[in-house]
Design a protein around this ligand. Sequence first.
Ligand code: CTP
Length: 415
Amino acid sequence: MPDHKEMTKLMTKRLPRPTMALLIACGVQGANHGFQVFLVGGMVRDVLRDRISRDPDLVVQEVVPTLDASARYAEVLAGSLGVTVSPPSQFGTIKVVAGGLEVDIASARRESYASPGALPDVRAATIEGDLGRRDFTINAIGVDLGPKTFGNIVDIHGGQEDLNHRVIGVIHDGSFADDPTRLFRAVRYETRLNLRMTMMTEMALRRDIGHLAAVSGDRIRNELERIFVEDNPAHALSRADELGMLQATLPALTWTSAMTAAARQMKERGPMSFLALLASSLSREDAEAFAARINATGPWSAIIHDAVTVAEQLDDLAVSGLSPSGVYRILEGLSPEAVSAWAALSGDATAAGRLREYADNLRYVRPALDGDALLALGVPQGPRVGELLRELLHARLDGQVANRADEEALVRDRL
Ligand code: CTP
């Protein structure tokens, strides 16, 4: 375990120089104004694991703990370092932007929860109390940033030991009940950091899985999104499935090995491809329930529904002799994520090939002529313009016209 000198060396080596300079300045300014400042959470964990980490989380403490320490400390930083300060959140956490970094500043605090999934009641505390309210031991390591104490590690829950043994464990048995979104966080960290839950943590997770029912749709969606942007979402989703978390979110929700294989096969894969894969096995009714459960709107809702719509069209997409414009007509307007997901999932080679062709090429095809060009050719203003544009598009898709001249000839022929 590194002492303060070794930790300072590690931070100097593994953090970008401007980040390190900012942390030192934060500690100095704190000390000048009676605050003890600690780096906590992801950045400490990532320095110890030699991983890249961007935005620091700071906890400030005074001799007599108060909840508005963070606000007064942020004012100090605004005055001395010229950082931009945002208004405090409902828990007194303040974001300051300094040199392109977003620094979260919180007053050292304890939290208690009236019921699982409820928002916490908050009281001022020491750094030790603050670390004790956190999710996992690996996220509950503090590093003192004070000028005389820089690099001193506060690790009362064995976070470094867990990191070294490649395990992830809750700090106390009630952690998942306090905040059931931590179930999703657990599989995310397992996957990202290549850790395994301790037996006790897995038992607590399985026992407390029912508390997911109390979590709001927005918070579940937020956790899913955080999984989708990871390097290996399929692994985290498969773990969430194995542990019963997906089913606890919605009984029909599952992540299969076929979905993992499809994800691997997809060329153009973005975070939302994982939503399409996740929704792909749902019935129309379950897709509605899933969208409602996670309060899905906009692209989230479209992708969930389109994943089901594409599934319903698979038989039609496998019919022999279907023209490219026929494929286009079936898939037009559906989310590319849903189409690509099914291109990788479908067991029917013909349907899969057509889905791929649509995702890669057909959906980008446009005629060379536009509405103005048709009017210039003598097409009367009105619905005929739209009809002809559509005909041109289909002719393009089916290779009946290849260039502008061909299209003009077709239009003249129709007039
Ligand atoms: N935290 C927690 N329980 C939660 C969410 C967050 O205890 N449900 C604590 C953890 O100590 C975490 C810190 O708040 O380290 C910051 O949270 P967040 O920004 O979500 O996580 P990071 O650790 O910064 O992780 P990531 O690398 O994913 O951003």
